[in-house]
Design a protein around this ligand. Sequence first.
Ligand SMILES: Cc1cc2nc3c(=O)[nH]c(=O)nc-3n(C[C@H](O)[C@H](O)[C@H](O)COP(=O)(O)OP(=O)(O)OC[C@H]3O[C@@H](n4cnc5c(N)ncnc54)[C@H](O)[C@@H]3O)c2cc1C
Length: 459
Amino acid sequence: MGPKTKAYGGASAVAKEEWDALSAKLCGRVLCEKDAAYEEARLQWNLDRLKRPSYVIRCESVSDVEMAVKFCREHSLDVTVASGRHSPFCFMDETVAIDLEGLHGIHVDTEKRIAHVQGGARLKQLDRECALYGLHVVAGINPSTGVAGLTLGGGCGYLSPMWGLTIDSFISAQLVTAEGDIVECSDEQHPDLMWALRGSGWNYGIVTRFDFFLRPVTTVFTGMAQWPLTHKTSSILAEVVRLGYDEYPELSLSLSFANPEGQPVAIIQPCGLDPDKGAKDWESVKARVGLPPPLMEDVGPRPYVELQGMMETLQPPSHCYEKGWLMKDFTPAVADKVIDALTERPFPGCTLGLAPFGKVANTVPDEATAFFNRSSRFWLLVLAFFEEGADNRQRAIDWTKQVRSAFAEYSTGSYVSIVGGMEDDPIESVYGGNLQRLKDLKRAWDPTNFFHNNRNVMP
Ligand SMILES: Cc1cc2nc3c(=O)[nH]c(=O)nc-3n(C[C@H](O)[C@H](O)[C@H](O)COP(=O)(O)OP(=O)(O)OC[C@H]3O[C@@H](n4cnc5c(N)ncnc54)[C@H](O)[C@@H]3O)c2cc1C
């Protein structure tokens, strides 16, 4: 969150009649605490962060977004922007939320292989619509994540090793600026703005339409296999990950780590683009490193859209403290740190995940998009799930921070999208050498920092 360069605030200073008049003009509507729909409207993925905005402006059209921005600007209101509600920034106490939940149309142009996606769509909607045509956008793994927040921060998922980050398939956009203007941008139109949207997008306006290049994906080779994670197996598992990364261009290996019954385990999720080749690649990797028999293995051909839906039940809305950062490598030493973290976890639901981030993303220069730290190979995510309660919350935070410092020497920088606690991750560690250009663009497009409730780039 960034300081405001202008005094934004005070939703209560605006007369009720003015709110009513705005609501009457919208395709959507304005909600306040007295409305029956308010409680449901302010829900977010992380139940530990529930907030009470003064008003929620539910937008159902681009003109709604335009009107909402102009209204909030005219009254100098402190705004947040909400799409998939996975970040801590979607709602804040006593602010006004411009909510895009009702703006989720998707059009798939099969001829041009482009998906046009409205700013409030979630990954589940995007995946299901694209799957009808055997096409997909490279995106994250949790179906309830918003396309907007995920894309504007970079975006990675099972297909990233083969096709790069979500921003690497993000070709153009429409946004409503801090002035309330509707602007189209691409590599030809306002190319600087397009550059900034690819990694720092929430700072420059509200994106009402994303255009993505689509990839052909139907049935993939995937599933799960589980091994005990011990100081003995850690070097073999690290070698599996290295081999998969370096020598199998059409296979991605994602790992999650848990400690369900006091014995740390590693769960590998392979994803091969072609079901037959994926199966062969997977068997080949295992044979080359001499992996012992798994505790369980359930792999085979599956529709990609089914794989994308799996986290709906595995990562439901929860009380959670999360942190993530980029990693150069997954080495035996890193695997040993994972074992330590799991052994010291405060609650059985505390997990770590390691997603392959690079390969294609590694080939794009840092200065080509706002997203920095392109040379990182993996993304480590720590999710400390806990039962509601202040003491539990503190234990979850303490553990996550302890894990963060134990991994400090292996981290190559922050992933802007995972921001459970931002104090260890200054904005410089996110944008490195791209920060100055982002600041210059912020001065050009949002000099008063109207959009400041985000991972903020100060003008
Ligand atoms: C359980 C979980 C799983 C995740 N998995 C992945 C993953 O696999 N891959 C990955 O890359 N990331 C992942 N993330 C991180 C996720 O991408 C970020 O939290 C992202 O910011 C969420 O976007 P959202 O739209 O859901 O959230 P929101 O909280 O609604 O918005 C996030 C940010 O975007 C801004 N914003 C929202 N809509 C717009 C818009 N239309 N225009 C401009 N700004 C807007 C908001 O102001 C806010 O700053 C995961 C997060 C969680 C909690």
